[in-house]
Design a protein around this ligand. Structure first.
Ligand SMILES: [Zn+2]
Length: 270
């Protein structure tokens, strides 16, 4: 046999392998189709069957998307529109470290179900939809942005939950807005207890000094306009602490974009 040629038996086994691969691919496709038929799309909030992905008509009608008029600083909805750039009493009395905050929806029953599924039931498939809504709510912030930074999880919590939901949202928003995402820019340097059930003051104390930009990452932050991304804004203590850490590291300014924010009541502009 000439050097370099393939013996007939080897040729045969290569052909057999090819057939096996083709059969396997076909079987995978068939089983995937069967799975699609067996598992209809369910509403991401209430699990009622829906025609396509997303939320059902009933849940959709209950979602409160936040639109102007709202406080130029905090993004809290106003009862009426009395001109652009107006601030709420909260923004004046207790101004946050960040410049502006925007949210896609109010944190109510449906939003809570979506966040819960996304965060605790591994519904990573919800990230594209939630991220799309956020990118729309944050158009104004993203237009001016140099970098998107997700609120980091402490590694111990990230391990338990397997992935950082803010990181998943930041990735979607980055792709849609073509703004770079700095996933490693901000670090949680100490574990914090869950903010749920804490008072406003306790929340602020819990996350105070919990975040830091590592020295070797400071160059990425210096003078940059940053959009900080998180899933829910309650008291704003976490994003405020993150914004302080970014500003301390030399960030130009920091805006905040969340999926849902708690709105206690609709305010009047001052
Ligand atoms: Zn539903």
């Amino acid at each position: 046999m000439e050097p370099g040629s393939t013996p007939a038996s080897e040729n045969f086994s290569i052909r057999l392998r090819g057939v096996a691969t083709t059969a396997r691919t076909a079987l995978t496709t068939i089983s995937q189709r069967l799975l699609d038929i067996a598992l209809p799309n369910l509403c991401a909030a209430c699990r009622a069957p829906v025609a396509s992905e997303g939320v059902c008509a009933s849940c959709w009608s209950k979602l409160s998307f936040i639109a102007p008029p709202y406080c130029a600083r905090l993004g809290i909805p106003f009862a009426y529109d009395s001109g652009p750039g107006l601030l709420s009493a909260e923004a004046v009395a207790d101004p946050p470290a960040y410049a502006r905050a925007r949210a896609a929806v109010r944190y109510d029953e449906v939003a809570r179900a979506l966040v819960h599924g996304f965060k605790y039931q591994d519904r990573t498939d919800l990230a594209p939809m939630l991220g799309r809504w956020m990118a729309r709510a944050g158009t104004e912030l993203l237009r001016d942005a140099d970098l998107i930074v997700p609120v980091p999880l402490h590694w111990r919590r990230g391990w338990g939950r397997r992935y950082n939901q803010s990181g998943a949202l930041a990735a979607v928003i980055g792709k849609l807005s073509r703004v770079a995402v700095g996933g490693e820019v901000l670090k949680r340097i100490r574990p914090t207890t869950q903010q749920v059930g804490l008072s406003r003051t306790e929340r602020a104390k819990n996350v105070q000094g919990a975040f830091r930009v590592p020295d070797h990452r400071k160059a990425e932050v210096k003078g940059r306009r940053i959009v900080l991304v998180d899933d829910v804004l309650t008291s704003g203590a976490t994003v405020d602490s993150c914004a302080r850490a970014l500003l301390r590291a030399g960030a130009g300014d920091v805006d905040v974009l969340v999926f849902a924010r708690v709105v206690e009541s609709v305010k009047n502009p001052i």
